[in-house]
Ligand binder design. Structure first.
Ligand SMILES: [Zn+2]
Length: 456
């Protein structure tokens, strides 16, 4: 499974991100770390170096998916066409009533296999079950598992935070160099202000990574700024008092101490200059999810402002329940297209910029830039190779353009390594098991039957 102590990978193109593309390039990996990057003909492999000629591929840093929910992999396509409130309601019912822990673990494994197939080596995964953390450790990818906490009623706060602390304290004892445990107060319409404050205090005190869905929908803004709209109505129907809380969802996070814990902010579509100034001031980071944002009808996030304010920003797919694919190159392509549509300026976000967001940007947003995100000497050998030999690809004038605009959505990686360990070799995921897929077929049959009987 592991590569030799020293392995030299050669490729038609190497894209280090930290420097311009190298045609006929090579990367030397030694004991799981990058030991050299440069033109292949300038490296003379010694006798104890294994030579792996990858051929007609583009070799990049492993992609960083800064927002996923791999436990929902079995719900791809299941929530199609529902408005956001119904989408959330159905998702909650299905997860609670129809999916067992075994189902969620298999779904998590299959989500990680899909990630690897598409060259993703790092996942920032938000999870209710915490089973994605188990699956990430099992399969050898890098990641942060943010354990979610919910509780829109302030009276639930003490119990919710006690349970979160208990779960996270237990999970953290299993943290490794590759996989860390974090926390995620889910979103302003599912978490009360006291619970935001308590979670932020816990995260700051324990130096835990934190992630929050925020500024995603118009309904969320109405909920926070006016105590009105569909989320407010739903809570009032449950007997929970709702009032206007803050000038904006981002301001709510600042008021409750969440921004001071330097969280990863997920979505951030509805935010003004003042919000971005607050985000930048506190050193919070953002994950941009253009496909999920578009598919759920939430809009195009102001990526230009994120970048203009110097906010460390990555790309995320969100779950396949709101995206259908977990293909980060596809996300990079959509980021370029959405940016051009929003700004009216072609190439205002270049393919090179988008690829940087999918690698270095994501690593920076997750606080992992010292380890991954670029091909530089000393960093972990997290690599992905994308073949140029699939379908209609050539000619290649600029490999970043080819990756982002031609191979996006259609290519699978021929090689993926994490810390030098080959998790995809010759296009095959070395750590997958057919029983996961077989069991998921049974689960999806059960979901179809539930819908057929009219429960939805
Ligand atoms: Zn999400």
């Amino acid at each position: 499974m592991a590569a030799s102590a020293r392995t030299l990978y050669t490729a038609r193109w190497v894209l280090p991100i930290a420097q311009p593309p190298i045609e006929e390039g090579a990367v030397l990996v030694e004991q799981g770390r990058i030991a050299w990057v440069g033109p292949a003909d300038q490296h003379h492999a010694t006798e104890d170096t294994a030579l792996v000629e990858l051929g007609e591929v583009i070799l990049t840093p492993g992609l960083v998916n800064a927002h996923s929910h791999v436990e929902l992999t079995g719900l791809r396509g299941f929530l199609e066409g529902l408005d956001f409130r119904e989408w959330l309601r159905t998702l909650t019912i299905v997860r609670r009533d129809l999916l067992s822990d075994a189902d969620l673990l298999d779904a998590s494994r299959l989500g990680i296999v899909e990630a690897l197939r598409h060259g993703i080596t790092t996942l920032a995964d938000c999870t209710d079950s915490a089973l994605p953390i188990v699956a990430m450790r099992e399969l050898g990818v890098r990641g942060i598992g943010y354990v979610e906490v919910f509780g829109p009623d302030p009276v639930q706060c003490a119990e919710a935070i006690a349970r979160l602390r208990q779960r996270v304290d237990a999970l953290r004892t299993g943290d490794t160099a590759l996989v860390r445990t974090g926390v995620s107060p889910h979103a302003p319409y599912t978490v009360s202000a006291p619970l935001f404050r308590a979670t932020a205090d816990y995260a700051r005190g324990e130096r835990l990574p934190m992630a929050v869905h925020v500024a995603e929908s118009a309904a969320e803004t109405a909920f926070v700024t006016e105590g009105a709209g569909p989320f407010a109505e739903r809570l009032r129907a449950r007997g929970i008092g709702v009032a206007a809380q803050a000038r904006s969802p981002i301001a709510l996070l600042e008021d409750t101490g969440v921004l001071a814990a330097e969280p990863l902010l997920i979505h951030v579509i509805r935010a003004d200059h003042d919000d971005f100034a607050r985000i930048a001031h506190h050193g919070a980071t953002i994950v941009h999810c253009p496909i999920s944002n578009a598919k759920l009808g939430h809009g195009i996030a102001p990526l230009d402002r994120m970048l203009a304010y110097g906010v460390r920003t990555g790309l995320g797919t969100d779950s396949v329940a709101s995206n259908d694919r977990m293909h980060l190159l596809d996300e990079a392509r959509q980021a370029v297209l959405c940016h051009a549509v929003r700004s009216g300026v072609p190439d205002s976000l270049s393919a090179h910029d988008a690829l940087a967001l999918a690698t270095r940007g994501g690593a920076e947003a997750l606080g992992l830039a010292r380890e991954v995100g670029t091909l530089e000497v000393g960093k972990s050998a997290d690599l992905a190779a994308f073949p140029l030999t699939v379908g209609s690809v050539g000619p290649v004038f600029d490999p970043a353009v080819t990756l982002v605009h031609v191979l996006a959505g259609q290519v699978t990686a021929s090689l993926v390594t994490v810390a030098g360990r080959e998790l995809v070799r010759d296009g095959c995921v070395t750590v997958s098991h057919p029983s996961w897929e077989e069991r998921q077929q049974v689960t999806s049959g059960r979901l179809r039957e539930w819908r057929r009987t009219g429960a939805l």
